[in-house]
Design a protein around this ligand. Structure first.
Ligand SMILES: [Zn+2]
Length: 236
C-alpha cells in the first residue's frame, strides 16, 4: 500500500530461464498495476503447458482475464502475498472465473476478516468475503507448469506476508515487503518494524544480488541494487 500514484504502465516480460536442469520452456510473466493503489499483479505461466498462476489480483479482474485469454492460459493457483485489500480484493472474482484455489498465509486470516475496515481506509467498496483454500508458508512450493517458486514467509508489513522466489529464473515477487528504494509500511494493524527488518536481513537479502525483485507497487529492482542503495537496508 505504497506509491498510489505510480504510473499505470504495462510491463510485459517473456523470460527464458537458462541453466535450469532439464528445462526447455520459457516463462511468460505479465506484470501490470491494478486498482486505485496500483498493486502490481503478476501472471506467471509456462509457455509449453499454458498452466499459470496469478499473484495478487487486487482489482481489475477483467484485465487479468483478458491477458489469460490472450495467452490461452489455464489458471491453476491464485497466490496472495498478503491480505491487504489492494492485493486480495479481486481474488474471489478470479476464483469464480477460473476455478483456481486461493492461497494465503494463515497469519493474515485475521486481516482478511477486516476487509470492510480496509475498504474504508482507502474509500473503496467492500468486496465480498474472501475464502482461502490453502495456507502457504516457508517450505511450500507453488507452480505454473515447469516453473516453481519457493514460498518465503516474511512477516513485518503484515503477520502473514510472503514472497515467491523463482530460483531458476532468479526472480522474487516481494509483495509489500521490499520496494525499489523503500520497504513496506509497518504502521497498519499486524505490522512490525522489528519483524520486517528481520525478514529483510535474514531472508530477502540472503538471495543472490542479481535476483530481479518485483515489488507489490512501483518499478522493478534487484537484490543487489537494494542491498547497495536502499536507505532502509544499508548497513552502517
Ligand atoms: Zn500491503
Amino acid at each position: 500500500m505504497l506509491n498510489p500514484d505510480a504510473s499505470r504502465k504495462l510491463l510485459c516480460v517473456t523470460q527464458t530461464a537458462e541453466g535450469a536442469a532439464g528445462y526447455n520452456g520459457s516463462m511468460i510473466h505479465e506484470i501490470f498495476p491494478v486498482g486505485p493503489l496500483q498493486c502490481n499483479c503478476s501472471i506467471v505461466a509456462d509457455e509449453t503447458t499454458r498452466e499459470a498462476m496469478v499473484i495478487d489480483p487486487g482489482d481489475d479482474i477483467e484485465d487479468v482475464l483478458a491477458l489469460i485469454a490472450k495467452h490461452n492460459l489455464q489458471v491453476k493457483q491464485i497466490v496472495i502475498t498478503h491480505a491487504h485489500i489492494d492485493h486480495v480484493g479481486g481474488a474471489m472474482k478470479l476464483r469464480a472465473a477460473t476455478g483456481a484455489p486461493i492461497l494465503l498465509n494463515q497469519n493474515d486470516y485475521a486481516l482478511l476478516k477486516m476487509l470492510d475496515v480496509q475498504a474504508a481506509w482507502i474509500g473503496m467498496e467492500t468486496p465480498a468475503p474472501v475464502e482461502i483454500d490453502q495456507s502457504i508458508t516457508t517450505g511450500d512450493i507453488v507452480k505454473a507448469g515447469s516453473h516453481t517458486a519457493s514460498i518465503l514467509h516474511t512477516p513485518g508489513h503484515t503477520e502473514g506476508s510472503i514472497c515467491l522466489y523463482f530460483a531458476a529464473e532468479q526472480k522474487l515477487i516481494a509483495g509489500d515487503t521490499l520496494f525499489a528504494g523503500s520497504i513496506g509500511r509497518t504502521d497498519l494493524p499486524g505490522g512490525s518494524m522489528q519483524k520486517i527488518m528481520q525478514s529483510l536481513h535474514g531472508t530477502v537479502l540472503a538471495l543472490p544480488d542479481d535476483t530481479v525483485v518485483v515489488p507489490g507497487h512501483g518499478p522493478l529492482t534487484t537484490i543487489g541494487e537494494e542491498r547497495e542503495n536502499n536507505p532502509f537496508l544499508i548497513q552502517r
